[in-house]
Every structure is written in structure tokens, then in C-alpha cells.
Design a binder for this molecule. Structure first.
Ligand code: F6P
Length: 352
């Protein structure tokens, strides 16, 4: 009897359950048993999980989160971590693992692959920053949520003639801020790929004020850095990722803009009433039901990952190329980051 394991690691993401359902259903069709590890790599280290059934994955593509749970446990930071993984796999009789995750989770899978273990990766992240795939599942839902929230902010911002700074997730890249910024007509989009100085940002807000625009909405990715300012030291997780929510980037920027306008003596008296506010969309972007797009993309990726298992094609990551589901090299996928390119950013910039 062939057996594999499956796990979901890193930040949860709409569409994870669709992938799980795809993998389990496709594998079981060929009689392959699937052991679902709980809480990502932690479940593998602690041999915590259960043998999955078709019944438990029925219709789960409609649900957000992950029925298997997740964690940011880094196997490579645990003493004898890879050996513990090998022991767990041998104890359960697993020939391989399907790891569903972002660069951290798949990075671990790739290290284990190099140590001779059978791994298949499925690219997951709302941040959409994994290379070798055109789109990651979860990104569509997250940017739809961010779009809806920015849409809402237009009316309250206009009513109070305020500036709003909306912080979107995006640790290293600005895909969500840009996608939602274009869709919901943010007046300025700030992304890590294209740093700006506070002075440049202020000039844009000031110009709008001088032109008599009632309000301004700025979409900023949480990983954005000011051109001429160093980012403060922040606490990090087990993979060394800075906990960016602690930065309070949006609040800081809103306060600076408000102060700068109020004290700008070249502006008229109305400036004294100028107000700026901040909104951090945070984990709202990751919660709730996946969009139809993410349900289908997750399902297609899960089925493909199951097929790779059936055909013994380990060492690969599934990916989306155009509208087709393809196979990519796991090593390449985790060593390059997919960044927002200038051509795409300039589409938004045309409207600033
Ligand atoms: O998984 C990606 C992500 O959503 C990033 O956009 C964000 O910085 C991070 O996770 C937040 O992580 P946590 O849920 O651990 O606070």
C-alpha cells in the first residue's frame, strides 16, 4: 500500500482546503493513503496527525483557513530536525510528502529533498511573491478583500476630507497593495519594490490638496521602506521574518502627513483642520471563504500535486503558467522571489 503525508505551513491562506481536497481525492483514487500532519512542520516533528478520509474533505474548498492547521515551525532550526522528519516518515511508512506553503515551508521541503526525501511543493501565499508560478492561490481573495475595504474608505474619506493610509499585507512585495490600489483607485500605492522618500510622498499629497481634491487614499504594503530612512529592528519569527505589524507603518505615515500639511505655511488656513487616518487590514485579508478563483486554482493545483505523487514525480512544485497548471523546479521556486515589475507599477502610477 502506497502512503504519503500532507501538511500546510506558514500563514494560512484562502484556498488551502481546496488543495488538500484535491491531493487527498486524487491520491485515494489510486489507492494511496494520505496522512494529514497537524500544524505544518511541527506536526511532522511531533508525529502529530491523522489518516485522512474522503468524507472529511468533502466540500471543504468553500472554507477558508486549513483543516490541518498551520505553524511557522522551521525544521532546519530544530536539533536533528531533518532526521526527526525522516524517522516520522519511516514510522508511518510514508514514501513522500506534499508540502503546501510559501517560501519558508517550501524552502524546508527543498532542503529535505536535497537530503534524499521525496517532496512535492504547492505554492501558497496571499503575498503572491513565489517565483515559477504566475499566481499563488489566496492572492485573489486577499486582494478582493483589500479592494472592498478601500472602496468603502472612499466615501468616509470624502465626507471628512481626510487622507487615509491603508496598510495591506505584503512582507517583501507589493502585489496586494498594487492590485487593490488599481482596482479601488488608491491615489498613491507604496510598495517595497519601489521605495519613495517621505518628501516625495508628501509632495503628492500636497499637490492633491492644492488642486482642491477633497481627499487622498494611500495603499501601502507592510514591507514598504522609505528611500532615505533605515527600517527599525523588529522581532522575528523562526524563519527570521520581521513581525511587520509591530512597525505601525500606516499610523506613523498618517501622523507625519497630517503634521506636515498642518504646519506647511505655504498652504491656506484650511490646512489647520487637515486630518489623516490609518487602517491596517492585517489578517482580515487572510480570513474567510476563498474566492471562486482561489477555490478552482487550489483544486487544480491539489489534483496536479496528487498526480505527481501517483506518477512518482517528486522534487517538483506545481505552478500556474498562463491558464495552465504546470510543473516547476522546487529549488528554483524557493531561491528567487517574484517581485512587482515596473511596467505593472507604472499602470498604477499613471493615476497618481
Ligand atoms: O503569509 C504571509 C503573511 O500573510 C504576510 O503577508 C504577513 O507579513 C505575515 O504573513 C503575517 O504573519 P503572522 O500571521 O504570523 O502574523
Amino acid at each position: 500500500m502506497r502512503k504519503i503525508g500532507i501538511l500546510t505551513g506558514g500563514g494560512d491562506c484562502p484556498g488551502l482546503n481546496a488543495v488538500i481536497r484535491g491531493v487527498v481525492t486524487r491520491c485515494m483514487k489510486d489507492g494511496i493513503e494520505v496522512f494529514g500532519f497537524h500544524a505544518g512542520w511541527r506536526g511532522v516533528i511531533e508525529c502529530d496527525g491523522h489518516w485522512m478520509t474522503l468524507k472529511e474533505v468533502e466540500s471543504i474548498q468553500t472554507q477558508g483557513g486549513t483543516i490541518l492547521g498551520s505553524s511557522r515551525t522551521n525544521v532546519m532550526k530544530i536539533e536533528n530536525g531533518p532526521e526527526i522528519v525522516r524517522t516520522t516518515m519511516e514510522a508511518l511508512g510514508l514514501e513522500g510528502l506534499v508540502a503546501i506553503g510559501g517560501d519558508d515551508t517550501l524552502g524546508v521541503a527543498n532542503q529535505l529533498r536535497k537530503l534524499g526525501m521525496n517532496m512535492i511543493g504547492v505554492p501558497k501565499t496571499i503575498d503572491n511573491d513565489l517565483s515559477c508560478t504566475d499566481w499563488t492561490f489566496g492572492f485573489d481573495t486577499a486582494s478582493n478583500i483589500a479592494t472592498e475595504e478601500i472602496d468603502r474608505l472612499h466615501t468616509t474619506a470624502a465626507s471628512h476630507a481626510r487622507c487615509f493610509v491603508v496598510e495591506c499585507m505584503g512582507r517583501h512585495t507589493g502585489w496586494i497593495a498594487l492590485q487593490a490600489g488599481i482596482a479601488a483607485d488608491a491615489h498613491l500605492v507604496l510598495v517595497p519594490e519601489f521605495p519613495m522618500s517621505f518628501k516625495e510622498i508628501y509632495e503628492l499629497v500636497r499637490n492633491r490638496y492644492v488642486r482642491g481634491e477633497r481627499y487622498t487614499i494611500i495603499a501601502v504594503a507592510e514591507g514598504f521602506e522609505f528611500k532615505d530612512e533605515a527600517m527599525e529592528e523588529l522581532e522575528t519569527d523562526m524563519f527570521g521574518n520581521a513581525l511587520l505589524l509591530h512597525r505601525e507603518l500606516a499610523r506613523g505615515l498618517a501622523e507625519r502627513i497630517e503634521k506636515a500639511i498642518r504646519t506647511d505655511e505655504t498652504l491656506d488656513k484650511r490646512r489647520e483642520h487637515f486630518e489623516a487616518r490609518s487602517v491596517v487590514l492585517g489578517h482580515l485579508q487572510r480570513g474567510g471563504a476563498p474566492s471562486a478563483f482561489d477555490r478552482v486554482l487550489g483544486t487544480r493545483m491539489g489534483v496536479k500535486a496528487g498526480e505527481l505523487v501517483v506518477n512518482n514525480e517528486y522534487g517538483n512544485m506545481v505552478s500556474l503558467r498562463g491558464t495552465n497548471i504546470a510543473v516547476a523546479d522546487l529549488e528554483r521556486a524557493v531561491t528567487e522571489r517574484k517581485k512587482v515589475d515596473k511596467e505593472f507599477y507604472d499602470v498604477a502610477a499613471l493615476f497618481f
